[in-house]
Design a protein around this ligand. Sequence first.
Ligand code: MLT
Length: 382
Amino acid sequence: MKINENYKNLNESYLFSTISRRVKDFKAAHPNADVISLGIGDVTLPVCPHVIDAMVTATYDLGAIETFHGYGDEQGYTFLRTAIAKYYAKKHVQIDQSEIFIGDGAKSDLGNILDIFSTDNIVLIPNPVYPVYVDTNLMAGRKIIFANGSIENNFLPMPDPAVHADIIYLCSPNNPTGAVYTHAQLKTWVNYAIANNAVILFDSAYEAFIHDKTLPTSIYQIPNAKKCAIEFCSLSKTAGFTGVRCGYTIVPNELGHLNKMWLRRQTTKFNGVSYIVQRGATAVFNNFSPCKKNIARYMENAKLISATLTKLGIWHTGGKNAPYIWLKCPNGMTSWQFFDYLLEKHNIVGTPGIGFGLDGYFRFTAFATRKNTIRALKRLES
Ligand code: MLT
């Protein structure tokens, strides 16, 4: 037996596992500490009542012979794919049902999609970004190059025409910076991808948080994007599904073999998302406004966090069209130093920027409860 040697190039554990271990150790040593998490982007508001109702009804469907469901349709049930296609139609994007694949969340599909690409490809990843893109490519031993985000480019790096890439990751709104590409910027990326015969893997997990109507919420709002882009989205943050698990991936038919290859991959290695969850997800798309209210509530948290950081004179960005606030660690601290400082002195958990690829920065999430957000901010102010 030979192991996959590429795993030796990974950090010992996944970013959020490392954080949770450090918090656990801290709590074990300080059992009375009242720790508040503004760390992992995990939702706190309950799933909307109409979505729960749909899942309860679906549960009873499984208990009656007339409505029982066994294995589902390969790409996901038609009722859910129809609802998603309608959601895109409202964005003026036409998606055919054959292009939609239901999965258990964006993270799995973003990693699994790599099965259909050769390990010879050069991968271009913006930095800082969601660590899953780097880790999954390290596992496969692909060559990775970076497009660096900075204060100067508003954390929205653009392609260098002199540099070739085959697989390009874009995350907009970006996790962790909250930066959102404009139509013009995405057009430049689409043109670059087409010129390089490359594919864009577009992570739109936070699209529902985009408030500014002038900003694109899908890469397919950009002309020709269907010729070069696969889009990944999730209901985790949009509908409070971090524990329920449902997402979808769009592989346009214009991408030729890729659609059929992904179908082949999924039908071989994946048996779909449960009927109950797909009924719940359908309810989300068929009546979006209750979910929107929850999103608005999180975005009020983001405003509060931003206001406190402004008061404290701490440079930060994000939080306007995304549930994340990205800040510069004060007093020249490294991101793990700031993590320790916040945890030990204020019992607040955040996410170190180095975990996303950039030291000296830090991320707060707006997903905590209102009460805990306010309590954490009071501690910071004091
Ligand atoms: C995050 O905090 O970045 C996300 O919750 C992680 C994820 O969605 O997997």
